[in-house]
Design a protein. Structure first.
Lengths: 115, 114
């Protein structure tokens, strides 16, 4: 079975500071990796995804993530955060079609940006 | 491309009542997914459709839940005899059927069962 662990439930950070949100996954098959952001009372918005190729992927709003196969991690980073980045962030793996074709999400990390 | 839409956005009902939610996917997407998100948790998969065929159902989807996608376009999720434990955000997502498919989510329907 596949699982996703987001190591921090909440991350407080000051505006313009760098941030890293950690994600580890477990899977016996190859998976695709995603980060989504959820603002209060809204659905999920795709930040970035790793499908293949370069292990460093860049997404919207200045976020990037690095896929590390040996450590089964896909940590999200931003060099300088803004107040508007305050939201909940979800890491997810997509299981290939032959194994069920669904997203498995972590429990989420709330990023709180303080001025 | 107007994105995935869901109606209603909020629903308050009394225990034992039936509720139905609707999802309209992105027009060219042939796959449609339903997820449930409870407070403090990530979304959990419920079911998915390829066109009008329901191809997988989670064990979370009890016999009180039924989903349809009759013409391969919009989908409905019905919950019969609602229970307080059904209170959650119900999210719909759609995608195409390419290998590199990405699921795009709607705004969700928040259900509160009193």
């Amino acid at each position: 079975a596949q699982s996703v662990t987001q190591l921090d439930s909440q991350v407080p950070v000051f505006e313009e500071a760098p941030v890293e949100l950690r994600c580890n996954y477990s899977s016996s098959v190859s998976v695709y990796l995603f980060w989504y952001v959820q603002y209060p009372n809204q659905g999920l918005q795709l930040l970035l995804k790793y499908l293949s190729g370069s292990t460093l992927v860049k997404g919207i709003n200045g976020f990037e993530a690095e896929f590390n196969k040996s450590q089964t991690s896909f940590h999200l980073r931003k060099p300088s955060v803004h107040i508007s980045d305050t939201a909940e962030y979800f890491c997810a793996v997509r299981i290939p079609l032959e194994y069920g074709n669904k997203l498995v999400f972590g429990a989420g990390t709330i990023l709180r940006v303080k001025s | 491309d107007t994105g995935v839409s869901q109606n209603p956005r909020h629903k308050i009902t009394k225990r034992g009542q039936n509720v139905t939610f609707r999802c309209d996917p992105i027009s060219e997407h042939n796959r449609l997914y339903w997820y449930r998100q409870t407070l403090g948790q990530g979304p959990e998969f419920l079911t998915y459709f390829q066109n009008e065929a329901q191809l997988e159902k989670s064990r979370l989807l009890s016999d009180r839940f039924s989903a349809e996608r009759p013409k391969g376009s919009f989908s409905t999720l019905e919950i019969q005899r609602t229970e307080q434990g059904d209170s959650a955000m119900y999210l719909c997502a759609s995608s195409n059927d390419r290998v590199e498919e990405t699921q795009y989510f709607g705004p969700g329907t928040r259900l509160l069962v009193l």
